[in-house]
Design a binder for this molecule. Structure first.
Ligand code: ATP
Ligand code: MG
Length: 272
């Protein structure tokens, strides 16, 4: 079991080699929470600059099995951002209209415009994951999508969008506990979806599909990160670190003020 969260392009992802309970050298939850809070304050400031700069954008793709914490990550980590500069898109089973187009049609529309941060709760990867596992399209159709995805992501990055792809990694034991908690806790029952048990039964097929998708689509312009997600506090910490590092790498800056601003006087107004 290793702690590595990224791999060199071309190296095969073997998810069994990643420990979902890994928590680094963090000894206390308290310590993780303190660093996460610090990262979130930095995220807020970095986003303000990205928004003001209005030249580049960030796309965070979240993929995971059910109950692995996509929603929790969005709430706890992405909650750092000013809502005005973020757009979360949740990709569900495609509508009739969406199915009448190519699989990237709905995804491209949701790509973040300049200055914005886009968060994908599930994504175009579903089209090589659930579609593959449930045989919703023939193999030659979904297999061709690895190249389509790489070309699409290159198009976005060539257009000033930085892409970070995160797989929240839990194991079936942890999922069982969380699904049970949904069944047993008033106020959480609504989150329980009987179809999740079907996906759970196909755990091995999903892991194989994830491994191939992540291996084929781990590009220099859009790398995959595996985040150990059995412990929520470590998951939040790891995601906050990845996003912070990425935004710091972009180092967005406030635009220069227009010349002559120091001579501007605010005229008095009498009212009423
Ligand atoms: P939660 O359960 O936390 O609300 P969720 O993302 O699981 O979040 P659901 O409405 O339960 O949301 O499920 C959405 C379903 O849509 C998932 O099973 C997902 O695999 C499926 N889905 C998403 N994209 C596609 C696609 N392109 N083709 C087929 N199914 C898809
Ligand atoms: Mg679900």
């Amino acid at each position: 079991m290793t702690q590595t969260t990224t791999l060199p392009c071309g190296d095969p992802f073997h998810l069994a080699n990643f420990d979902p309970s890994f928590s680094g050298n963090i000894e206390h939850k308290r310590q993780a929470k303190a660093e996460t809070k610090d990262n979130m304050e930095a995220l807020f400031e970095l986003q303000a600059r990205l928004y003001a700069e209005n030249r580049r954008s960030l796309l965070v793709v979240l993929q995971a099995m059910d109950a692995a914490g996509k929603d929790g990550t969005i709430k706890h980590v992405m909650g750092a951002f000013n809502p005005q500069g973020v757009r979360v898109t949740s990709f569900k089973a495609p509508s009739k209209l969406e199915l009448a187009h190519d699989f990237l049609w709905r995804v491209h529309r949701a790509a973040p415009r300049r200055g914005m941060i886009g968060i994908f709760n599930r994504s175009h990867y579903e089209d090589v994951l659930i579609v593959r596992v449930l045989k919703l399209a023939p193999e030659e159709v979904w297999r061709a999508r690895f190249d389509h995805i790489n070309a699409f992501e290159k198009l976005l990055t060539d257009n000033a969008t930085t892409i970070v792809k995160i797989f929240l990694h839990i194991n079936p034991e942890e999922q069982a506990e969380r699904l049970r908690a949904r069944l047993d806790t008033p106020g959480k029952e609504w989150k329980f979806n009987i179809d999740d048990l079907d996906a759970r039964q196909r755990w091995g097929d999903y892991m194989a599909a994830y491994e191939e998708a992540m291996t084929r689509c781990n590009t220099p312009h859009a790398p995959w990160h595996v985040v150990p997600a059995n412990r929520k506090w470590y998951r939040n910490l790891a995601v906050s670190r990845i996003v912070r590092r990425t935004l710091e790498g972009l180092n967005p800056t406030y635009p220069d003020p227009e010349p002559g601003l120091d001579e501007v006087e605010i005229p008095p107004v009498r009212w009423p």
